[in-house]
Structure formats: structure tokens, C-alpha cells
Design a protein around this ligand. Structure first.
Ligand SMILES: Nc1ncnc2c1ncn2[C@@H]1O[C@H](COP(=O)(O)OP(=O)(O)OP(=O)(O)O)[C@@H](O)[C@H]1O
Length: 259
């Protein structure tokens, strides 16, 4: 089930360094939100705080609130592993488990959450997830072969199948197409468009056309200089960000004048 994320007064630190300052934003359910901005402005750092993935980085910490349909992900007693099953993540480089079969890759997250299920239920889930990731027809005859035998674009769709197999509410994608060729990129973009019927999708991208093609709303982040924190400058409907932004720095960035 797709859920809304409300972020308030969020600051992110690596040790003493404040990497992201005072973000307030609402990410709508059943929609795609794109994060854009120049290198180092904190897009990935901020994205990771939405499912507590930053906690695997020593010294990384947050102040502020992230609510998933009203429930604070940072409240006392909330298990980050549970958070990550509600809010899945797809990374820049496709990262299937290389020696694991395609089938077991899809089921990897489900097994991690220690859900045991009968073989026929697992088969159904594998098919449903691979269909959901637009990969089923390409792999249905080789489910027992290793995930590493797929093309880069197929591997990324396998990772998306693995993410949706645990029935998350939200899918975070950190530059999911940056390692892919144009055809595979279009396949992922089509898929993102379909995923928003069921999930809240957030995507970090350096590709302006991609942000314009796939997202409903766009958040522009910027940084005043090296050593300064990244900030959310403007957040609006994607058409507004690209055609009629309120801030000059947004206009400069989307028109390619910097970044
Ligand atoms: N693991 C880390 N430890 C310390 N500092 C980090 C770490 N990861 C990122 N940073 C710093 O935090 C700031 C934001 O980095 P981040 O990777 O979030 O930016 P970004 O906007 O996603 O950049 P890019 O577009 O280049 O991927 C940068 O100054 C970066 O050097």
C-alpha cells in the first residue's frame, strides 16, 4: 500500500559535518518525486535517511522527523530493519546477489524478514514480483540460473523485483539508470511510471529529461559552497520546476547554466 512521507526539520550529519540542513517536504503517496541538484548537495544523503539506510555509515546521524503516514520512523523502539521492509531501496549499480539464482534473488528480502512460505506461494510471489518489474517474460525459463547472468538493465529490474517482493509502501531509487544504456533506461522509466499506481516512488537523478519524464513533483537541492550544507531550495510540480521556477538558482540549474 502506497503511503505518504512527511519530513520536518531534518538535518543530517556525518560526524560534525552537517551535510543537509533543515529539510521540510511531503512526498505524496502514489506519485513519483524526483530529487535533482548539483553533485554534493546531499540528495543521496537525504534519500538514505528516508529508510534509515544512513545508519550503516559510521558517524551518520539525523535530527528531525520522518513520518510514514503519520508514524515517526525515528521514534524509540522502531526497528530499522522493519523500516527498510516498508521503504525499499534500489541503488545506482544493480546489485543482485551474483551466485544466487534469479528466483532466490527475488525472494532474498522476504527470507531476510524471516517469512517462511510454502513453495507454491513462493513461486507465485516470484512470478508476481518479476511481472511487476517487467522482467518475467525475459527470465521465466531460467529462474534457477544466477542473477549475474542477466544484462545490466535486467539486473536492475531484478533488484526492483526484489524490492517489491516484500510489499513495501515506498521505493527509493538512487540514480537507478546511471549505469544503464538508453534502451534499458527507458524500460526502467516505463516501469517507474507503472510502479506509482501502487507505491510512493522517490528517485534521485542527474538526468533532467528523466526527471521531467518520470516525476510528478521535483525537489531541487543546492549547496552554497564546499563544506556548506545542502538545502532544499524549491519543491513543486515538475512542470513548474522546469518551466516556471520561483528561484533563480533553480532556473539556472534546470537550464544547464550550472551544476
Ligand atoms: N559516507 C560519508 N561520510 C562523510 N561524508 C559524506 C559521506 N557521504 C557523503 N558525504 C558528504 O555529504 C555531502 C553530500 O553528499 P551526497 O552524496 O549526499 O550528495 P549528492 O547530492 O547525492 O551528490 P552526487 O550527485 O554527486 O551523488 C558531500 O559533501 C559528501 O562529501
Amino acid at each position: 500500500m502506497s503511503k505518504r512521507i512527511d519530513v520536518s526539520d531534518l538535518n543530517v550529519y556525518y560526524g560534525d559535518f552537517r551535510a543537509v540542513e533543515d529539510v521540510n517536504i511531503t512526498l505524496d503517496a502514489k506519485s513519483v518525486t524526483a530529487f535533482i541538484g548539483p553533485s554534493g548537495c546531499g540528495k543521496s544523503t537525504f534519500l538514505r535517511t528516508l529508510n534509515r539506510m544512513h545508519e550503516v555509515i559510521p558517524g551518520a546521524r539525523v535530527e528531525g522527523k520522518v513520518l510514514l503516514d503519520g508514524d515517526n520512523l525515528y521514534a524509540d523502539g522502531v526497528d530499522p530493519v522493519t523500516v527498510r521492509s516498508q521503504i525499499g531501496m534500489v541503488f545506482q549499480r544493480p546489485n543482485p546477489f551474483p551466485t544466487m539464482s534469479i528466483r532466490d534473488n527475488v525472494l532474498a528480502g522476504v527470507k531476510l524478514n524471516s517469512r517462511r512460505m510454502p513453495r507454491s506461494d513462493a513461486d507465485d510471489l516470484v512470478e508476481k514480483s518479476l511481472r511487476g518489474a517487467n522482467l518475467w517474460n525475459e527470465v521465466k525459463d531460467r529462474l534457477e540460473k544466477p542473477g549475474s547472468g542477466l544484462s545490466g538493465g535486467q539486473q536492475q529490474r531484478l533488484c526492483i523485483a526484489r524490492a517489491i517482493a516484500v510489499s513495501p509502501d515506498v521505493i527509493l531509487m538512487d540514480e537507478p539508470c546511471s549505469a544503464l544504456d538508453p534502451i534499458s533506461t527507458l524500460a526502467i522509466e516505463d516501469l517507474i511510471n507503472e510502479l506509482k499506481d501502487e507505491y510512493t516512488v522517490v528517485i534521485v537523478t542527474h538526468n533532467m529529461q528523466q526527471a521531467a519524464r518520470v516525476s510528478d513533483k521535483t525537489a531541487f537541492f543546492n549547496i552554497a559552497g564546499t563544506g556548506k550544507p545542502g538545502k532544499l531550495i524549491e519543491f513543486a510540480e515538475t512542470a513548474t520546476i522546469f518551466n516556471n521556477p520561483a528561484e533563480k538558482s533553480t532556473e539556472d540549474y534546470v537550464s544547464g547554466r550550472f551544476g
